[in-house]
Design a protein around this ligand. Structure first.
Ligand SMILES: O=P(O)(O)OC[C@H]1O[C@H](OP(=O)(O)OP(=O)(O)O)[C@H](O)[C@@H]1O
Ligand SMILES: Nc1ncnc2[nH]cnc12
Length: 191
């Protein structure tokens, strides 16, 4: 099943991307259908296609910042940043960045967490894309947007490989910020 609003309807790369994502029921908690992207990373063509789709979208949009969310946003963000000529800014879990940071706490589908960004990593007016593997409630992306906007960067869009069906008012949490999703999860499967 694919997200149709990404302008890529019928693109065979999406089917391969979707099929490379493994669904693990009840991980890390009962009731969670965990979308595992590690098989996608093992397949060079599918991994490259995934990055290329984002690169094609953002290469001519005046983006100078790709902000990747720890941990799985780090698996896609740096390749996209290098290919479009942007810097990569890691948004990390608490206590990982050694310099002065700003922090933003948020709610998760299964818990609570916090993201941090180095002060000085982005400059006022820079155009940014936030990259992650997956959006569920949008809480993580919302924290990332707040961090970047508090430094007066412009968040042009958020980009995720997978979008879960709109959970708990995600759209309002993102405050209207565009969200670019490649695929929606497949139905339950044996693993
Ligand atoms: O839309 P949300 O409800 O905020 O959930 C999405 C976030 O959850 C996952 O990360 P997780 O917090 O599990 O951390 P990890 O990547 O370090 O495993 C995923 O990689 C996103 O970052
Ligand atoms: N269902 C899910 N699979 C993988 N990562 C997630 N993060 C939040 N929900 C998730």
């Amino acid at each position: 099943m694919f997200a149709a609003e990404n302008g890529l309807k019928g693109d065979p790369r999406l089917q391969a991307i979707s099929e490379a994502i493994r669904v693990i029921p009840h991980f890390p908690k009962t009731g969670i259908m965990f979308q595992d992207i590690t098989p996608l990373l093992l397949n060079h063509k599918v991994f490259k296609d995934t990055v290329d789709i984002f690169v094609d979208r953002y290469k001519d949009m005046g983006i100078s910042v790709v902000a990747g969310i720890e941990a799985r946003g780090f698996m896609f963000g740096p390749s996209i940043a290098l290919a479009i000529g942007a810097k990569f800014v890691p948004l990390r879990k608490p206590g990982k960045l050694p310099g002065k940071v700003i922090s933003e706490t948020y709610e998760l589908e299964y818990g609570k967490d916090c993201l941090e960004m180095h002060i000085g990593a982005v400059q006022q007016g820079e155009r940014a894309v936030v990259v992650d593997d997956l959006v569920a409630t949008g809480g993580t992306l919302s924290a990332a947007i707040k961090l970047l906007e508090s430094m007066k960067a412009e968040v042009v869009e958020c980009a995720c490989v997978i979008g879960l069906p709109d959970v708990k008012g995600r759209q309002s949490r993102l405050n209207g910020k565009p969200l670019y999703i490649l695929v929606e999860p497949r139905e339950f499967e044996d693993c």
